[in-house]
Design a protein around this ligand. Sequence first.
Ligand SMILES: [Fe+2]
Ligand SMILES: [Fe+2]
Length: 231
Amino acid sequence: MTATSADPVVSGVTERLTPAELLAEQRRTLATPRRRANVAARALFAMMDLVYGSERSLAKFRVLEVIARVPYQAWEHVAYVAVTHRHSEPRFARRIFERVAESRAQQDNEQWHLLILEELLAEEGRRQPFVRYRLLPQVIAFAYYQLSWLLYVVKPGWSYRLNADFEDHAEHEYMLFVSENPQLEERPYEGLFAEEYGRYDTLADLFRQIGYDERVHKLESLDAMVRPRFE
Ligand SMILES: [Fe+2]
Ligand SMILES: [Fe+2]
């Protein structure tokens, strides 16, 4: 299924892969060493392990997705402000706006991940402590937004680098989660967001697709790292 950005409801959907392609992409991730994360990313992962446990779980992934959206929000905001200052140069402003559009699509993609996790967790029906699973993720996301914003204003490459580390981590975690949970191969996904995000024969494929999305985000950030600001 290929969604297009023409329909605003399906904004932020990346290329949909077939089950065979998803399996190949999972193998590719697992055969690729993790990036050497920088100190800020390592501190974040260590803190998440401490608070949410080192085991991969839906509840922990939901926290990850709350945080995952905010660098894109920070970049989008900076780019819109840049358009305010530079609209007298329409060609340049247009290039800035292309960055806005890219950030928005990435942010929407993360939002589908977040909403799908929320839906799957609700189905499990297990209560989660409010402070640890609702309040704290928002506090972390707020701090991470400020950090992403500041790095982006000072030197965009630093912010992209941090995000690439984060996305690399997410990609590996999702693909490992599928390997560790063979029962995911039995359950189809036809949930609330199937219309927008896609229907999958199995939850395993759904998570492989999410892991693949994280790889796409990582590669986009690595590509942006070597492009100067708004060029
Ligand atoms: Fe995500
Ligand atoms: Fe991502």
